[in-house]
Design a protein around this ligand. Structure first.
Ligand SMILES: C[S@@+](CC[C@H](N)C(=O)[O-])C[C@H]1O[C@@H](n2cnc3c(N)ncnc32)[C@H](O)[C@@H]1O
Length: 350
């Protein structure tokens, strides 16, 4: 019988890394509130400057040094970049920086409240040249709408890229965004010395003879699109009548993955059991967030009744994808026996 064993989540405390003590808290998006209370995280209220995809941190560190009056937030997905930049922040004893392990999409859609950011900096985003990969580009309508929503009126959006096609695509997107006002005479400039520092990719581009394109936009008073942090949905909860024992349900489980509607990818990874319940390890990828958590199928006091709900493991948020996954799991449970039926159901169908 498999046991209930689950990885212990990292705590917000100093950890040892490569024999050196790092004092910065490891801030993973899964552990932060929606929206995050940035003033509490920094211990002071100050304008927030966000850099997306800070890489090895040259620009982020420069921002922190040159803006001691601001709270600097960097978001990155690459662990190596996070670790190296954390070490530099520690070395320089910069107290006005917090590094977040998350995608830009999760950060913008879920962790940042509307009208909370004074500036967003994007330096040399991955171009994703192939058409089949274009949905991964940072500069696209949904993400730009989230940026617009999160910027304060008068806040700035800065973008730099050395890829001509990416610059042209971004120029078109930005020009069609009435909430942003271009502060440059043309769509972009090829030099912006007031940036004060060059990033790794910027240096590489210039060394290779490529031209850089810099964009500077300001948020105006035009109403922002509505980009909710999370829909006000309950935790999914289903009670079923199912004339099978837990052992029989356990034996029917098969690992599988599938794409549900609205591009929600779900992977039923594994099943664990104890005498009273089953724990179904689940991974879900939605356009703005990935979650790794577990569903519980718990026996109720009445014979052949089970409750399907979320376990607290993995701190799941009741997103649209989680509700779709709950519906799919309910359908699987119902498919196990011809007399299975739903007794109580709280699952949002969108
Ligand atoms: C081409 S590098 C540029 C790094 C740095 N800004 C520079 O100019 O040297 C793009 C960076 O963005 C990060 N990145 C890519 N997609 C991301 C996303 N969706 N959210 C956050 N960071 C992302 C990558 O890990 C990488 O560090």
């Amino acid at each position: 019988m498999r046991r209930f064993v689950y990885p212990i989540l990292q705590r917000h405390a100093p950890i040892r890394y490569n024999e050196r003590m790092i004092q910065l808290p490891k801030l993973h998006s899964h552990m932060l509130a929606w929206p995050t209370d940035w003033s509490a995280l920094f211990g002071r209220q100050a304008p927030i400057l966000l850099e997306i995809g800070f890489g090895y941190g040259a620009f982020l560190l420069h921002l922190a040094r040159s803006h001691p009056e601001a709270n600097i937030v960097g978001v990155e997905i690459a662990s190596r970049c996070l670790e190296q930049t954390e070490r530099a922040v520690e070395r320089e004893k910069l107290t006005n920086v917090r590094l977040i392990h998350a995608t830009a999409e999760t950060m913008l859609h879920h962790l940042c409240a509307p009208q909370s950011l004074s500036a967003i900096h994007i330096n040399f985003p991955d171009p994703w040249f192939k058409r089949a990969h274009s949905h991964r580009r940072l500069m696209q309508r949904d993400t730009l709408e989230a940026m617009v929503s999160r910027l304060l009126p008068g806040g700035h959006l800065y973008l730099a890229t050395d890829i001509r096609e990416y610059a042209a695509m971004s120029a078109e997107l930005l020009a069609a965004t009435p909430q942003l006002e271009n502060l440059l005479p043309g769509a972009w400039v090829n030099e912006l010395p007031e940036r004060g520092v060059r990033t790794k990719y910027e240096n590489a581009a210039l060394l290779a003879g490529r031209t850089c394109h810099y964009f500077v936009y300001r948020r105006n008073a035009f109403p922002a699109p509505d980009v909710p942090i999370i829909k006000d949905w309950p935790m999914p909860h289903v009670v079923v009548h199912l004339p099978l024992t837990l052992d029989e349900i356990f034996a029917c489980f098969q690992r599988q993955d599938k794409t549900l509607d609205s591009g929600v990818y779900v992977h039923w990874m594994d099943i664990y059991r104890n005498p009273q319940r089953l724990l179904i390890e689940t991974f879900i990828k939605e356009p703005t967030i990935e979650q790794h958590f577990a569903f519980l199928l718990a026996a109720r006091p009445a014979a052949h009744e089970y409750t399907l709900k979320l376990s607290t493991i993995g701190h799941p948020r009741p997103t649209s994808g989680v509700h779709k996954a709950a519906s799919a799991l309910r359908d699987w449970v119902l498919s196990l026996h011809p007399q299975a039926r739903v007794l109580i159901e709280k699952v949002a169908e969108d």
